[in-house]
Design a protein around this ligand. Sequence first.
Ligand code: NAP
Length: 522
Amino acid sequence: MITGKNYIGSSLSAKGDITFRTINPVENLVNQPFFVEATDDEINHAVALATKAFNEYSTISDAKKADFLEAIANEIEALGDDLLQIYTKESGLPAGRATGERARTMVQLKAFATMLREGSWVEAIINKVGDTIDIRRMLIPIGPVVVFGASNFPLAFSTGGGDTASALAAGCPVIVKSHPLHAGTAEMVSSAIIKAVQKTGMPDGVFSNLNSSGIAVGVKLVEHPDIKAVGFTGSIKGGTALCEIAAKREIPIPVYAEMSSINPVVVLPSVLKLANKEWAQKYAAAITMGTGQFCTNPGLILGIASQELDDFATNLAAELNAIQPSCMLHPNIKALYESHKNEVLAQDGYTQLTNLDIEVQENFALQNLISVSGELFLKNKAFHNEVFGPFSVIVKCETKEELDAIIENLEGQLTGTILNTDVTELVSFKTTIELLKNKVGRLIFNSVPTGVEVCSAMTHGGPYPSTSDSKFTSVGTTAVKRWVRPVSFQGWPNEMLPEALQNENPLSITRTLNDIITKDII
Ligand code: NAP
């Protein structure tokens, strides 16, 4: 049962008088129950509990943390269809997506458990010179972390999603600032996490979930002196605001914000000659997947002007016209889609390619594809803006030099994609590929950017404004690096060192063999 209360550690609490409800966007109706926004007292209590929990949790063995993460995955699964139902009711996303996202959430939690059991993630390094120098370095957790759940992934990037899983794996207690669009889904997942806390004997306060209907709760959490870092996925406006708040604190803290990306795709001539319709089909599916509400949505397609590029534009528009429009996450997100799209469509000089002029349900979005010349795209930055939803721009460049200039002028992106079927052609675009590589966190060849694998080699990040810090990823096991800092131990007796740095630790041999960790003995 969903109570609408906040989880302050394992206690449910609802002291406040600000309430709100979530919305079923498909039916355009409000859902039950009312959620109670966290009060200042509840915020402070959650942070105090997390701070206390950190003392114990940061010293708990990796094996026990792994058990905890696996228990969370199992408890989420045990929520069964009730979780899937509230997910679809609050997001408008279909049942298949709910099941897939739940599976992804569990895979992420289990991947961090596996990482913990393997042990090399702490990057233990031992430097010894005779009896005089003995310095040993490893990564340790930084302290309580605040996670802002993302609206577009109610499970995998929210309450028990990648930010939470990676912070808990690092040894950091987590306070989730629940996303108000899916507060019920968030409460159910929180109940599963709290059960896992209790079953595996973790300290109370290692996890809390606070409701909010506006920005106040999040601001207070980021300002709180005992919070040590923040994870965020959302708008450039929200992410930038949180970065500024964190930077102005007496003791500034890092905000790892994933914000805005239009994910350029460079379509080289060879591919358009060979598989024009196939790529049009794949890209129509990618642009409309999840009603375009993916940070990796392909919002920009770049090519050199030719008959084949014109054919591709026609084919892609025809494919998009044939796709049934779908529901957005919330009336507000739909309103933002319309206003951001209309800002672009208010510009002069573009060509409208899709021609959908049909009546759709209230919160459903019509997909839209336009094209512009390379010259206009270079001149008018309005065409560079992210339109969160099923919207994409094709840019027809006159020359390779113009294509390169466009890439050079783009902002930082999560992904960049090259479509090509001819190696000689690919080599001739080496400069283009280099320019693209310097703008993105993930360089893709002959695929679509949507679909982010959960694996240790994944970079889901990129230069600003795609994220606030391009040195990190928010997907994959290396996401744990956001929540740790290095510490060196000098001259310490072996038995007083953390297990990972002790001489006899059998894991250190494994690490050397795996060539993952450097165990230098000079
Ligand atoms: P959002 O407006 O950025 O909100 C995300 C979270 O941050 C919410 O919990 C929100 O709190 C909080 N927040 C926003 N501004 C804040 C501020 N100034 N101070 C403190 N907290 C703040 O994103 P959204 O609600 O998920 O969606 C709105 C738009 O964000 C979308 O239409 C889309 O353009 C963009 N978005 C982008 C991505 C992406 O992956 N790039 C993902 C999701 C959304 P409250 O809700 O409590 O106000």
